[in-house]
Design a protein around this ligand. Structure first.
Ligand SMILES: Cc1cc2nc3c(=O)[nH]c(=O)nc-3n(C[C@H](O)[C@H](O)[C@H](O)COP(=O)(O)OP(=O)(O)OC[C@H]3O[C@@H](n4cnc5c(N)ncnc54)[C@H](O)[C@@H]3O)c2cc1C
Length: 456
């Protein structure tokens, strides 16, 4: 789409507007798979600037999308020729009360955690990586090792302020404007821009003991993970897959308990009956905030070796509990040590699907589902690596689909509109009706390509 002249006529009260070459800062995302150059990037100075930009885009028939930390992986938040609202300029933590935090949607989760843990409180669910924005993960779902207990981050939201595609500022919650509330949580910005969120808080215990246990039997790992969440033994339950030195698949259970003092921990009771390999159990004691930020050193290393800037054709899917070990086993059998270079990560962990009440977060129809995340990097030295991995991801996705699984649409594969309709299933009619009501000019966030009229 050709960028029209005149972005300077958006009636802004403040903020910063980048146009021309400067707007290319928002032309791609963490995936580095899609490039779309916006006509302008606005760093709003206020919610009124967000309203003005959306109304202006509507009047000019231009696409517009919010951008948080840009950690999407398949161009979901990119626009060609339109406007990107870089929400990170609206990042105030307004209030930390006993049971809730009120925060601008552009705040990073690391800032929210710093503000709340200073008061002995924490959001119930945190993603593994904290340098994403509140608006970004609430537009996706937001899962982590606490999701088996509390669902997704979208399930812990009490209230949202949204500037709709019609340019109206609306407050919504479970009790008020429920249609909007249900269609913006995990809604990838299809209806409007989240500008403020009220999120539930729970007490944060100051210390964490994390255990890492080795498995060679994948069925034993998923059975133990299912048992642990059924018994609610740990605060945090995750797991991972990898390849040993000879390329044989091996697995790890990662669990943590949060406590007032480490002397309260009874490791024997916590680990009783688990079917891990005999031998060393890795134990890591940290403060709770250190545990939450555990990925920071790894990310610093990836940045140092420039891996962070390479293409990331990541695949994130949910598998129904009974099929998880079989499907993951099949996928692992296809991977080699080269696939995991330089620092590939494969996550596998369970959630209770009934703990999530987010209609647009599509989980398999089973009491327990597993998040399976294949977080691999395309080798810049291999010609055609991105295409090869995209085709493989598509094939893996089809295996997942056949087994009754779903995609977590933060990354590839991009689906066709008819496939999105099937993905959203019984939630689709309400999503479609909310789109028509709150984004009547259909200007919001074309990137995911959900709708038949989405630009290719
Ligand atoms: C290193 C890494 C680790 C991750 N770990 C996890 C994890 O543990 N668990 C998990 O669930 N996910 C994880 N993710 C995925 C991540 O949570 C999502 O990609 C999330 O959407 C990124 O947030 P962001 O602030 O970067 O949003 P962006 O990438 O900027 O935006 C994502 C989408 O949301 C829309 N959007 C952003 N802000 C708003 C807003 N305020 N209002 C309306 N729409 C908006 C955008 O238009 C876009 O469609 C990880 C991603 C990376 C790269």
């Amino acid at each position: 789409m050709a960028a029209p002249a005149g972005f300077g006529s958006i009636p802004l009260g403040g903020g910063t507007l980048l146009t021309g070459v400067a707007a290319e800062v928002a032309a791609t995302d963490f995936g580095r798979l899609v490039r779309r150059v916006p006509g302008a990037v606005l760093r709003p100075g206020s919610v009124e600037d967000v309203v003005a930009a959306i109304r202006w885009a509507g009047a000019h028939g231009l696409p517009i999308a919010a951008r948080g930390a840009g950690h999407a992986m398949n161009g979901q938040g990119l626009v060609d020729g339109g406007i990107i609202l870089d929400l990170r300029s609206l990042n105030t933590v307004h209030l930390v009360a006993e049971d809730r935090v009120v925060v601008d949607a552009g705040a990073l989760w690391s800032a929210v955690v710093a503000a709340t843990t200073a008061r002995g409180l924490t959001p119930p669910v945190l993603t593994d990586y904290l340098e994403t924005t509140v608006g970004g993960t609430l537009s996706a779902g937001g899962l982590g090792g606490m999701s088996h207990r509390h669902g997704a981050q979208t399930d812990t939201v009490l209230e949202l302020d949204v500037v709709t595609g019609a340019g109206e500022l609306v407050t919504c919650s479970r009790e008020h404007e429920r249609e909007l509330f249900d269609a913006v949580r995990a809604g990838f910005g299809q209806l409007g821009v989240l500008v403020r969120a009220t999120i539930r808080l729970i007490p944060a215990l100051p210390m964490s003991r994390c255990y890492r246990l080795r498995y060679t039997d994948l069925g034993a790992l998923t059975a133990d993970q299912s048992r642990l969440i059924a018994e609610d033994r740990f605060d945090y339950v995750e797991g991972s897959a990898g390849l040993g030195e000879t390329g044989t698949p091996e697995y790890k259970l990662e669990v943590a308990t949060f406590v007032p003092t480490l002397s309260d921990v009874d490791s024997d009771a916590l680990l009783a009956g688990l079917r891990h390999e005999p031998g060393a159990v890795e134990i890591e004691d940290t403060t709770y905030p250190e545990f939450l930020d555990r990925l920071a050193p790894g990310v610093a290393f990836r940045r140092e070796i420039k891996e962070w800037e390479l293409p990331h054709p990541w695949l994130n899917v949910f598998l129904p509990g009974p099929a998880a070990a079989e499907v993951v086993g099949r996928i692992m059998a296809e991977l080699t040590l080269v696939d995991l270079a330089p620092c590939g990560v494969i996550l596998l962990y369970p959630v209770h699907t009934a703990r999530s009440g987010t209609p647009l977060l599509r989980l398999p129809d089973e009491p327990v589902a597993f998040l399976f995340a294949l977080l691999l990097t395309a080798d810049p030295a291999e010609p055609g690596a991105i295409l090869r991995m995209a085709q493989r991801n598509r094939r893996f996705y089809e295996c997942v689909l056949q087994a009754g699984g779903t995609t977590y649409p933060i990354g590839p594969p991009g689906l066709k509109p008819s496939e999105w309709v099937a993905h959203y299933g019984e939630a689709w009619p309400a999503f479609q009706a909310a789109k028509a009501r709150f984004d009547p000019k259909r200007i919001m966030t074309p990137g995911p390509g959900f709708w038949p009229d989405s630009p290719a």
